[in-house]
Each structure stands twice: as structure tokens, then as C-alpha cells.
Design a protein around this ligand. Structure first.
Ligand SMILES: Cc1cc2nc3c(=O)[nH]c(=O)nc-3n(C[C@H](O)[C@H](O)[C@H](O)COP(=O)(O)OP(=O)(O)OC[C@H]3O[C@@H](n4cnc5c(N)ncnc54)[C@H](O)[C@@H]3O)c2cc1C
Length: 423
């Protein structure tokens, strides 16, 4: 089968690129390993009792007001709402409303102005005048948010990320009311409308290429094109699951300067939102002595769901549990947080939903971060190889928004333009 461009991966980066190319009259085929599109956007629709908003197992929030993502949401005519509510903190065994981890957070503010050598966040934090508990909560925050190991993530990338967030009002967060997966489905329909093809259940294992020509052999079928765009997650790229002949050495070296982060995130669906008797408009809940130490509700949506989150090395403890063990662990932890009997939490619980992204062979982790000294690696990865191989995906974002849906979209738009320029 002959095409102009093969796009590998039907996540938001690949679909964004393929849609742009198809609309420009390029013959594009998307090869996707899984039996579904969307990649790390995965929406679960629970039963209608009680009526709940869709449960996100991958990306959940729209972070800030990135123009590309909001243009797509508007074009697809999707309904959104903004999160708000009161934050709760568990301190000395008592749950009360609290400001953000105030002083700890103000220490992070200085990061955007960091101009010294690129050092790890751990090294950077050791220079703060802070108490042990402030230092611990900062570490937890950086590891949790970035899915990163504080000993490895570089402050240069954290500074770039902070600036990138400030530019798009990144502290605001929105929900797609009908589920995040509406976006990939909208893009897929556009691709098909413009004559493109999407092949599911097609894991790419080997790519043979030379300037101006790419061949992918899948069983008895060979897919060939003038160019290929690889949008597989960083973890998959680093694992060598796709053999590239010849190997683009500089690009693979750049990829090795990035890290795939790990997360355990699970959502509990209850019969009723029992926490509203304690804090009526609870949004985020910080419980540093618990694992997970971060929980949230979908407030102001009244759905009786609570999501628990652990990112970075601490997630390994929960990642080893079965779903039943994780559910039981969560019930006991919530009972401590809300000072109620664990039996009551169990009785109110309807179901627990999660996806293990680290064990999923088509993600091998949650999302990427930049290791110390690797700030230029995403840019290196974003460079075309001999006008034939192109890379996209959140890890190739050059605007400091790694690990987000809008980063993946931006990389897809950038790669599509590079391919159009090379035509
Ligand atoms: C738990 C979790 C929570 C998150 N929360 C948020 C959030 O709230 N907000 C936010 O903006 N972002 C969030 N993210 C990050 C966001 O989901 C990703 O940054 C984004 O979806 C990545 O898109 P992508 O196209 O780069 O990669 P992916 O979506 O991973 O797409 C890559 C595609 O390649 C396919 N593939 C892999 N190997 C092969 C192969 N060999 N052959 C063919 N196809 C292959 C995969 O199946 C996949 O479909 C979260 C991620 C996780 C895991």
C-alpha cells in the first residue's frame, strides 16, 4: 500500500498531524497498535446510577488556555466547565480548608527566574531555607505533578515549564463535560472525511527507511510511503520495541536525555458524595501523611467521584497492588482522612477505575520529563531526519509544556508543517 505519509500512533499528536496533512490533500495512513484511538486519552463511561460525568483514566484536565487546544474544542463544539472549590488539607489528623501549600509554593515561584547551572530539583531544594516538612511537601508536589524523580528532573526544564504555564493561565483547569475522548474522535472523523486511513491493531515493530522512502512490514502486508511520523510515547521509543533501520543515532541519543515518568491514578465512584458534609465544595485534598497524598473531586460537577493520585517514585508502592488491594487501601486511607469508619466508606463505594500506564506496552509510563542537562533534547528530537523521518508526541514539545495534551497537539501541528515544507 502506497501513501505519502505514514503516521505511527493514533494519540492526540498523531491524529492532529494526520488531520492537518489529510486536509492538505496528502495521502496519509495512521497505524495504531491498540484496538482504539486516543492513546493516553482514555475515557470510561460508568453506569448512569448515580448520574456521573465520564471518568478519565488518562488525561483529565485541560490545563489553562492553550490556543490550539481551545480552537479544537470550539471547532468540535464541546461543552467545558472550569474547576473551582475549596482545597482541603489534612494536618495533625484534622481535615480543614486551606490555602495552597502557601509557603512551600512561594519557594517554587523563584524557579522561573533560575539562571544558574541545570541541577536536579533535589539539589536545588537543598539550598532553600525551609523546614523539613516544607521541603518534603515541595518534593511531593514536584514529583506528583511531573510524575518525576526529584533526583533526576532538571530545574532548567522546571523553569521553562513554569514560564510556559504562566503564558497560558496554566493554573486554571477545565473539564470536557462529555469526556476527553471526544477530541481524538473528532480528529479521526476529519481524517476519514478527507480520505485518510486509520488502521487499528497494527503495532509497528520495524521501520526500514532511506531518504525519501519508508517501508513498514506487517505480516504479509507492506506499507510504504515517502515519509513517516513517529508519535509513539517516549517509553516505547526508548524501549527499542520499534527497530529503526538505519538508527537515527542523534535522535535516539536525545531521547535518552528524557525520562518517562510514572503515575498511579484511580477514581472511586460512590453512591453519594459523603465528603460534602465535611467540606461542601471540596476540590483538591492534600493529605501528606497518606498514600495517595493528593485527591480531588470534579467540583463544581456534583458527581460522587474521588480521584487519588501519586506521581514519581512513590507511585511504585501502589502500582504493585491488584485492583482489589488498591480499592481496600483507598477505603482505609479515606476513612482516616475523613475520620469515619472504613466499613462506611466500603458500603458507599460502587466501583474503582484505573489503568496501569506503566505496564501498558504501548505507553510504558505516564508522561515524560526532562532530566538534568537535557533541556535541548526535545528540540533535537523535533528535527526531521533526512526529510524522511519525523518525530512528534508530548515529549518532543519545544514550548515547555511536556506531559500535556496541548504539548502533544503542538508537536503534531509542528510535525505536519515540517512534512508539508518537505513536500
Ligand atoms: C494518568 C495520566 C493523567 C494525565 N493527565 C493529564 C491532564 O490532566 N491534562 C493533560 O493535558 N495531560 C494529561 N496527561 C498527559 C496526556 O495524556 C499526554 O501528554 C498526551 O495524551 C500524549 O499524547 P501523544 O499523542 O503524545 O501520545 P499517546 O497518546 O500515548 O499516543 C501515542 C500512540 O502511539 C501508539 N503506539 C505505541 N506503540 C506503538 C507501535 N509500536 N505501533 C503503533 N502504534 C503505537 C499508542 O497506542 C498511542 O495510541 C495525563 C497522562 C496520564 C497517563
Amino acid at each position: 500500500m502506497n501513501h505519502d505519509v505514514i503516521v505511527i500512533g493514533a494519540g492526540i499528536a498523531g491524529l492532529t498531524a494526520a488531520r492537518t496533512l489529510a486536509e492538505q490533500g496528502i495521502r496519509v495512513v495512521v497505524l495504531e497498535a491498540r484496538n482504539r484511538i486516543g492513546g493516553r486519552i482514555l475515557t470510561h463511561r460508568a453506569s448512569q446510577y448515580p448520574p456521573v460525568q465520564p471518568i478519565e483514566l488518562g488525561a483529565e484536565f485541560i490545563h489553562g488556555r492553550s490556543p490550539e487546544l481551545w480552537a479544537l474544542i470550539t471547532e468540535a463544539n464541546l461543552d467545558t466547565y472550569e474547576r473551582d472549590g475549596t482545597q482541603g488539607c489534612l494536618r495533625d489528623g484534622l481535615l480543614r480548608s486551606c490555602e495552597e501549600e502557601d509557603r512551600a509554593f512561594s519557594l517554587l515561584e523563584g524557579l522561573a527566574d533560575h539562571t544558574g547551572p541545570d541541577i536536579s530539583f533535589s539539589q536545588y531544594a537543598s539550598t532553600f531555607k525551609a523546614t523539613d516538612s516544607e521541603r518534603a511537601s515541595l518534593r511531593n508536589f514536584v514529583e506528583g505533578f511531573n510524575a518525576a524523580d526529584a533526583d533526576q528532573i532538571g530545574v532548567a526544564s522546571l523553569a521553562a515549564q513554569q514560564k510556559a504555564e504562566d503564558a497560558i493561565e496554566g493554573s486554571r483547569a477545565f473539564y470536557l463535560r462529555t469526556g476527553y475522548d471526544r477530541l481524538p474522535h473528532y480528529l479521526a472523523n476529519r481524517i476519514l472525511d478527507f480520505g485518510g486511513t486509520i488502521e487499528l491493531n497494527t503495532p509497528v515493530r520495524e521501520i526500514r527507511w532511506k531518504p525519501g522512502s519508508v517501508e513498514i512490514v506487517d505480516g504479509s502486508q507492506t506499507v510504504s510511503a515517502a515519509r513517516a511520523l513517529l508519535t509513539v510515547p517516549l517509553g516505547v521509543l526508548q524501549s527499542g520495541a520499534i527497530a529503526l533501520h538505519p538508527r537515527p543515532q542523534q535522535h535516539l541519543a536525545a531521547a535518552s536525555q528524557l525520562r518517562m515518568g510514572h503515575v498511579v491514578r484511580f477514581t472511586l465512584l460512590f453512591r453519594e458524595a459523603f465528603w460534602t458534609t465535611r467540606l461542601e465544595d471540596l476540590s483538591f485534598l492534600f493529605a501528606p501523611t497518606e498514600l495517595p497524598g493528593v485527591w480531588w473531586t470534579p467540583h463544581p460537577d456534583p458527581s460522587p467521584i474521588l480521584t487519588g493520585w501519586v506521581g514519581g517514585p512513590r507511585s511504585a508502592v501502589l502500582a504493585s497492588l491488584t485492583l482489589d488491594q488498591l480499592t481496600e487501601h483507598a477505603c482505609v486511607s479515606l476513612a482516616r482522612i475523613f475520620s469515619i469508619d472504613a466499613r462506611q466508606v466500603r458500603q458507599l463505594l460502587l466501583s474503582c477505575h484505573t489503568h496501569n500506564w506503566s505496564q501498558d506496552p504501548y505507553s510504558l509510563g505516564a508522561y515524560s520529563y526532562v532530566a538534568t542537562g537535557g533541556l535541548d533534547a526535545p528540540r533535537q528530537l523535533s528535527e526531521p531526519v533526512s526529510g524522511t523521518l519525523f518525530f512528534a508526541g508530548e515529549h518532543t514539545d519545544t514550548t515547555g509544556n511536556w506531559g500535556t495534551v496541548h504539548a502533544a497537539m503542538r508537536s503534531g501541528l509542528r510535525a505536519a508543517q515540517q512534512i508539508l515544507d518537505a513536500q
